[in-house]
Design a protein around this ligand. Sequence first.
Ligand code: IMP
Length: 442
Amino acid sequence: MPAVVVVGAQWGDEAKGKVVDCLAQDADMVVRYGGGSNAGHTVRFDGHEFKLHLVPSGIFRPRVTNIIASGVVVDPQVLVEEIRSLQAQGVAVDNLRISASAHVVMPYHRLLDALEEKQRGSAQIGTTCRGIGPAYADKAARKGIRMADLRQPDRFAEALRRALEEKSRLLKMVYETDCPTFEDIWREYKSYAEILRPMITDTDPLVYHAVKSGQRVVFEGAQGTLLDLDHGTYPYVTSSHPVAGGACVGTGIGPTYIDAVIGVAKAYTTRVGSGAFPTELTNETGNYLRERGREYGTTTGRPRRCGWLDTVVLRYSAQVNGLTAFAMTLLDVLSGLDTVQICRAYRLPNGETIEQFPSDSAVLDRCEPVYEQLPGWKEEIADVRSWEDLPAEAKRYVQRVEELTGTPVAMVSVGPLRTQTFWRHGVSADAPVRSLQALARR
Ligand code: IMP
């Protein structure tokens, strides 16, 4: 039962979409387990580029069942748009299923997200304003609307009426803003329900049956470990659980069914939105990484903050996710630099050096990175297709990351295309899911 979780090992945007797309060739099922349309997963192949927010990255493989599981918050407007755009580009979505237990992002969630951000003033989180926080808040407060409600007109009307009683008062009295009317939302959401209804089902048994019967299942994470509500840099986090444990909670699968956990990490670090970022570079090198890595948000278009690779973050990520391997992406972006730096520890203002990621964001704010300097490489490596053909300095860089994290780098990506990928540590390009399982057992 090879079941592999793909998790973001940093602050999101690690190119998980590409990694999941590569694994999907050897998978029967891809299950998106958390987050919502705040995510932006880019998949490129055969001259096409697709940007996915909610649809799992296995959608391009017709024999793969793709599931949006109960841990996801679904904005039907975004999902319907995404489905239409895929269909217009010739991608069939017959193999897509949506959990009836997934919560629905409503127009008032998007409104509240923007208003709450504004109210935070200088303490803004820098959310994507996609309504994610307010939707998860309603879920936790046990007053959310689920896909099971959306598919039944009477149930949806009742749930919407109840929700609007509270939300319209809240918007008016606290934010002096009008709430969209029942009629407007009803009309809009009824049209989404008609399109999505055939795909909405109880997905837990589908996933359970798949793992139980030995099918190859890939659990697709969204965002990254450091954005996790419990384990990230709170309060500058998202409202879901991107960590590997989220794959169990968000799909209804017990932890004993997971065989391998792959942490996707860029060869450097980026972050969008506010919050501590010890290795951030606000200089020419930061700009170099941003431009070469095309570091602008898929969902919001915002320029991403860029910095050196932080192995304190990666060790923490290996710890909280139980990583069995890393996939290192965007290694090609580092070409052309005389030297490259890797953060191996933090220094506190009192001079003390720590190697463990601090759980308190206020402490992290005061941490200075302790760097190791390695020689860079001048050669462009986008055409390299095997470990052996990498420049010696690039190999040294990857190996040093393995030493500092105690975790093998099983996949290296040197560009956005499927073909710009090679595998290591005995992982086969033709059967990556099965061989990642074998690597995890070693
Ligand atoms: P929210 O998820 O929209 O509530 O945003 C909370 C924080 O998570 C903000 O700092 C966002 O920039 C960040 N964030 C949310 N989704 C992503 C993502 O897919 N990639 C990177 N950062 C994200």
